[in-house]
Design a protein around this ligand. Structure first.
Ligand SMILES: Nc1ncnc2c1ncn2[C@@H]1O[C@H](COP(=O)(O)OP(=O)(O)OP(=O)(O)O)[C@@H](O)[C@H]1O
Ligand SMILES: [Mg+2]
Length: 453
């Protein structure tokens, strides 16, 4: 049964409403001003508050703003005397759901309450639905609703506990590192360390010491013992990022470490037992690297036990919208901005763009737009030039690698005709003159290209 708190300084009205509302199935409490109402709100927990505006001690508007400040979610309906419409409107602006004008017939109050109830249950449903959707599309730090990513989430959940080496491939910025982290987080090693190393960023001469450590005096600069990343990752996961960049000499040593689960610090005479799960990532086609002799096939087979390929963003455009909203919300917190969302035009541009830099590029694009925008909603003009240009059909045609003069000319011709028609506001005679085409030819082409006027 819905709970309602009636707040009015007139005792008669309180009694009348109490009897009437009880009869219609409400649990009713009453208070004679805002202050006593506030005290009751805590213990009674009303779904609805029906309050007068003018009351001694604390009026309805103060009650309303105090409730909102406390984050109370009760639906407030304001009763105001005839002639006080301004106050009622003010109350609605302050977050009241509706108002009824005094004097009222009981049925009016009931109708307003029923309407509010309906809206409440819709709101609850929406909230539940939104949460449900979010739960389904969040996996550790990743957000996605495409079926390709859902498959990846399933795979991770299934294999996380095994010590199997995983090779994660995909273009730059698709989220390879997040996949590696999720594999770690979902495994029984989650309380152990996650150690990441970028094999492409460390010079070959230093990488070996970085991975395996060294003894004091092993070489000139080795002034003390050093624990390598393999040892640091003991009991956890070692993530070898950009493994395709690993020099051949180190590939041999890595293979031994992975196979024997033992490493030896440089300059040491004894092995150290390690318990590390290896994950590796690369944007290269390692199979092709093996063919070309740049990557050892034995290491390749040892690492590629479980292969997870993260598809580029343009092949899972369903994820773009979700990620846009996520990045806006996250940046609002991080940057202290108050951006409410993104316009439909801008959103469409982002969904259609090719995203060569994938999720990272999208992330940066949103952040840049949020810093640049002058409004509270991101618009097309807040997006960088390259995203606008990517829409240009002539550019797209030229970028496609098509060599046919005929096909390419058609694309250019259509753009020019559309431009001329726009400039002349659809006047075909004038447009034909601008285009230096005969009127007849223009009519034919308009039909041919399916241009609607
Ligand atoms: N599904 C996702 N949900 C939320 N954020 C994501 C998602 N995928 C990627 N990101 C974000 O995009 C950025 C790039 O992700 P990550 O570093 O994992 O990509 P990568 O494939 O390792 O890239 P690179 O090849 O350049 O190393 C990160 O900031 C990451 O948080
Ligand atoms: Mg990475």
């Amino acid at each position: 049964m819905p709970r309602i708190l009636v707040v009015d300084d007139e005792e008669n009205l309180r009694l009348l409403l109490r009897t009437f509302l009880k009869r219609h199935g409400y649990v009713v409490e009453v208070a004679d001003n805002g202050e006593s109402a506030l005290k009751l709100v805590e213990s009674f927990g009303p779904d609805f508050i029906l309050t007068d505006v003018r009351m001694p001690r604390m009026g309805g508007l103060d009650l309303l703003s105090t409730l909102k400040a406390k984050g109370n979610e009760a639906t407030v309906i304001v009763m105001s005397a005839y002639g006080n419409v301004d106050l009622a409107i003010e109350a609605i602006k302050a977050g009241a759901y509706d108002y009824v004008q005094k004097p009222f017939k009981n049925d009016e109050v009931l109708l307003t309450l029923r309407k509010a109830e309906e809206r409440e249950s819709l709101r609850r449903e929406n909230r539940a639905l939104r949460q449900e959707m979010l739960r389904e599309s969040v996996f550790e730090e990743m957000l996605a609703k495409s079926s390709a990513m859902a498959d990846i989430f399933k795979t991770i959940a299934k294999v996380a506990d095994y010590k199997t080496t995983a090779l994660i491939t995909g273009e730059s910025g698709v989220g390879k590192e997040l996949v590696a982290r999720a594999l770690h987080q979902r495994s029984n090693r989650r309380d152990g360390p996650f150690v990441a190393v970028n094999c492409g960023a460390i010079p070959e001469t230093l990488l070996e010491a970085e991975l395996f450590g060294h003894k004091q005096g092993a070489f000139t600069d080795a002034t003390h013992d050093r624990v390598g990343l393999f040892e640091q990752a003991d009991g956890g996961t070692l993530f070898l990022d950009e493994i395709g960049e690993l020099p051949l000499a180190l590939q041999v040593k890595l293979l031994r470490a992975v196979q024997d689960e033992r490493i030896r610090r440089i300059g040491d005479s004894k092995d150290i037992q390690i318990d590390v799960r290896i994950t590796a990532a690369t944007h290269r086609d390692l199979g092709a690297e093996v063919q070309a002799g740049r990557f050892r096939d034995d290491l390749y087979y040892r690492i590629n036990v479980l292969h997870i390929h993260v598809p580029p963003l343009r092949e899972r455009r369903e994820d773009i919208t979700l990620l846009i909203d996520h990045f806006i919300a996250r940046n609002n917190v991080r940057l202290g901005t108050a951006i409410r969302g993104i316009g439909t035009g801008a959103r469409r541009l982002l969904v259609e763009y090719q995203w060569p830099g994938n999720v990272r590029e999208l992330e940066n694009t949103i952040e840049r737009a949020m810093v640049l925008t002058e409004g509270d909603t991101l618009g097309e003009s807040d997006l960088p030039e390259r995203i606008h240009q990517a829409r240009d059909p002539i550019r797209l045609q030229l970028a496609s690698g098509e060599l046919s003069v005929k096909k390419t000319t058609r694309v250019i011709e259509e753009v020019l005709i559309r431009r001329a028609l726009q400039e002349t506001r659809g006047n075909r005679t004038k447009a034909a003159a601008l285009l230096e085409l005969s009127h007849r030819a223009l009519l034919y082409k308009i039909k041919d290209y399916g241009i609607e006027l």
